[in-house]
Design a protein around this ligand. Structure first.
Ligand code: CP
Length: 318
């Protein structure tokens, strides 16, 4: 069977969801459905991106994002190369731009970039000829995480429009919260943020969300409970009295989950601090969609790579 889906987005890069149209987001989600099925076949490979080269350029640690971009590229028959800053000439003082210009000289089609500096992928996108995919930049955006979250929600609930999604935890440091707020509201969900005031940006007035400084009212009737990681590596000063105190007041456990809708699902982008922001019994329980998110990540990243670098007219699956 030939799946003929439009093989282009309206933009050359995927930098964030704030600037992603609902039409492009839906095109990615619909294309990902095709690749989700491919990933469940006995032979999980299609020739779609044969001859294309994808370089994963990671200046920050990653398990899920880097691995799933690599698997996604390989399932599409692209050549995939992983660059990590540790062990590279970055340690000799080579700049981000010089590093990327040198990688670009090897003629990749797409660079998948993770960097600790907010805005790094945007900065690069105006200085290179190939496509850039933001795989997480500082505390700014993580668009493919939000897309895989939307895909997971749509598969679990059959829709996104009209759902209430509560995102709780360390919002200040969370690129996942930002990308999900823009994407899910564009797709018609109501988004709530809940977290201690010390972990909530001082001005949220420009965001399309309702903000709570207690978790219980934010959970009431929620269809989706998205738990954020306490980002130990980005916490500075006395933003939290202790992890134990955080768990006591904001941690998601069976009792608090009882406030959400009876069929609510629980999500977490990973890695989980078990017993801090999320109780292990909930993370491993029947309402957890955590590993569904990880599976969705491969399909969604296949869709993004396909839509950004397939030749015009190239079918997703033939
Ligand atoms: N969710 C996520 O970005 O996980 P990694 O940091 O392991 O890629």
């Amino acid at each position: 069977m030939t799946e003929s889906l439009a093989s282009r987005l309206s933009q050359r890069h995927l930098l964030g969801t704030e600037t992603l149209s609902a039409a492009d987001a839906l095109r990615i989600l619909d294309t990902a459905e095709v690749f989700f099925d491919v990933s469940r076949r006995p032979v999980r490979k299609v020739p779609t991106l044969r001859g294309k080269t994808i370089v994963n350029v990671f200046f920050e640690a990653s398990t899920r994002t880097r691995t799933s971009f690599e698997i996604a590229g390989k399932r599409l028959s692209a050549d995939v190369v992983n660059f990590t800053s540790s062990g590279s000439s970055v340690s000799k003082g080579e700049t981000l731009l010089d590093t990327v210009h040198n990688l670009e000289a090897m003629r990749p089609d797409v660079l998948v970039v993770r960097h600790s500096a907010s805005g790094a992928p945007h900065y690069l996108s105006s200085r290179v000829r190939c496509g850039i995919v933001n795989a997480g930049d500082g505390t700014h955006e993580h668009p493919t995480q939000a897309l895989l979250d939307a895909f997971t929600i749509r598969r679990a609930k059959g829709r996104i429009e009209g759902l209430t999604v509560t995102i709780c935890g360390d919002v200040t440091h969370s690129r996942v919260a930002r990308s999900n707020a823009w994407l899910l509201t564009a797709l018609g969900a109501r988004v709530r943020f809940a977290g201690p005031r010390t972990l909530m940006p001082s001005d949220t007035s420009s965001w399309p969300v309702e903000v709570f400084d207690r978790v219980e009212p934010a959970l009431e009737g929620a269809d989706v409970v998205m738990v954020l990681r306490i980002q130990r590596e980005r916490l500075s000063g006395a933003l939290l009295p202790s992890f134990r105190e955080y768990s006591r007041t904001f941690g998601i456990n069976e009792r608090r989950l009882g406030l959400a809708a009876k069929d609510a699902i629980v999500m977490h982008p990973g890695p989980i601090n078990r017993g801090v922001e999320l109780d292990g019994a909930v993370a491993d329980g029947p309402r957890s969609a955590v590993l569904d998110q990880v599976e969705a990540g491969v399909a969604v990243r296949m869709a993004v790579l396909y839509l950004l670098c397939a030749e015009p007219g190239q079918a997703a699956v033939s």
